[in-house]
Design a protein around this ligand. Structure first.
Ligand SMILES: Cc1cc2nc3c(=O)[nH]c(=O)nc-3n(C[C@H](O)[C@H](O)[C@H](O)COP(=O)(O)OP(=O)(O)OC[C@H]3O[C@@H](n4cnc5c(N)ncnc54)[C@H](O)[C@@H]3O)c2cc1C
Length: 400
């Protein structure tokens, strides 16, 4: 472990958890990540290992069998995992978001029913807001839930579900139009339990996960569509039991998700820096190691500064949330900064590798294809800037 991206003030438990995860990443993830990624293969053994470590229950309260850890612990764990392979952090992330939403907004029955099995990793979560026609403009969703006695009948098409195939629980945002005063109050989150896999779902008639979307990076983890055709879901599977709250529940979920994406950016950037500074001390040109050329040293200096700045901002955003304060401003800033810096650090590490950076034999090639996803997931840079800008005008409103 190097000097960069240290976190002051951690408890002994947090330090122990991080040391364990770091060792797991170095031994079990980094050696196999690139090969699995090139084959687009789901990392089954890694997931089993994470189950054993209790990582699926990291933030779930102890009363439900989890470790009851903070958002900060979670974010630091994600940073370590993403340093090994970003896709693996994606497998944990949607699960974490759904568990957070159930814990924060679910009925007691929903918490008792889902959280213990989620903590054990037996149920794994995915969440679904996006549709083929929209991602940023969530309020424009068209997937509909219509009340029919004690059930709701769901129809529509969803897009870009991370873990859409491998998950066994999907939190799906639908328009329910039951008299809310604004579009935001007419949306409802449904908790749909399904059998993992692709094609027509054997346990939920009318629900289909067509197959994996082919992606430029972020491979191994499945990203899918979800088709709902007259899917009947009991009314008691509305998150929180009351319709019309789904938009706010999902926004709460993506807010913690944003800290998570920032943490992923930090992890990927740190790995890129490690690869860059290592390669720069091995490759020679014009009679000396390239690390001795000032132009390369300047690159390394810029990369390290970005790694450090993004880490500290991510930690600050997580701590704000853990303190119970509103953190949308800090989460937006952390996500924006960490994802942009990650892309830049990865690009610099790629340039340091010269032609070899273009070869699939070098890890930086994988990172180069992974970093762009962080610019999009949990809200694009433009959406973060809209959130940041709006909050700044609230904070700095002048009288008159
Ligand atoms: C690999 C992957 C995994 C994903 N996983 C999930 C998931 O698990 N669950 C889920 O629900 N979604 C998921 N998504 C979807 C993701 O959240 C959306 O792709 C993202 O929110 C952007 O939406 P969009 O793709 O529809 O782009 P659009 O909203 O169409 O935006 C296109 C461009 O216009 C810009 N833009 C949009 N509105 C404005 C505005 N008002 N002002 C200025 N610029 C604007 C955007 O910033 C972007 O540059 C995933 C996406 C990817 C690629």
């Amino acid at each position: 472990m190097g000097r960069l991206a240290q976190t002051d003030g951690l408890t002994e438990i947090q330090r122990d958890i991080l040391a364990t995860v770091r060792e797991f990443v170095d031994k079990e993830i980094i050696p196999v990540a690139t090969e699995l990624e090139h084959k687009d293969e789901y990392p089954t053994e890694i997931v089993e290992g994470m189950k054993q470590l209790g990582l699926f229950g990291l933030t779930i309260p102890e009363e439900y069998g989890g470790l009851g850890e903070s958002l900060l612990t979670y974010a630091l764990v994600v940073e370590e995992i993403a340093r090994g392979w970003m896709s693996v952090s994606g497998i944990v992330n949607t699960h974490f978001i759904v568990a957070h939403m159930i814990n924060a907004h679910g009925t007691q029955e929903q918490k008792d029913h889902f959280l213990p099995r989620m903590a054990a990793g037996e149920i794994r979560g995915a969440f679904s807001m996006s549709e083929p026609g929209l991602g940023s403009d969530v309020a424009a969703i068209s997937t509909k839930g219509v009340k029919d006695g004690e059930f709701y009948v769901l129809n529509g098409q969803k897009m870009w579900l991370t873990n859409g195939g491998t998950s066994s629980l999907v939190a799906v945002l639908c328009r329910t139009d039951e008299g809310g005063s604004t579009p935001y109050k007419n949306m409802t989150t449904f908790l749909i339990e399904k059998t993992p896999g692709f094609g027509a779902n054997p346990t939920v008639p009318g629900l289909t996960v067509p197959g994996k979307i082919e992606k430029m990076g972020y491979k191994g983890v499945d990203t899918t569509e979800l088709v709902l055709q007259d899917v009947r879901i009991p009314a008691d599977r509305i998150l929180g039991g009351v319709p019309g709250r789904g938009f706010y529940q999902m926004m709460d979920g993506v807010e913690v998700g944003r800290v998570n994406v920032a943490a992923r950016g930090c992890g990927v950037a740190r790995r890129a820096f490690e690869l860059g500074i290592s390669y720069a001390q091995q490759r020679s040109t014009f009679g000396k190691k390239i690390a001795e050329h000032q132009a390369i040293q300047f690159k390394l200096a810029e990369m390290a500064t970005k790694v450090e700045a993004a880490h500290q901002m991510m930690v600050m955003a997580a701590r704000k949330k853990d303190s119970g304060e509103r953190n949308d401003l800090e989460a937006g800033m952390a996500k924006y900064l960490a994802s942009e810096y990650c892309k830049e650090v990865v690009e610099d590490a790629f340039r340091i590798h010269g032609g070899y950076g273009f070869s699939k034999e070098y890890e930086i090639e994988r990172l180069y294809r992974e970093a762009p996803m962080l610019l999009i997931g949990e809200g694009t840079a433009e959406i973060q800037k809209m959130i940041i800008g709006r909050r700044l005008l609230e904070e700095y409103r002048i009288a008159g």
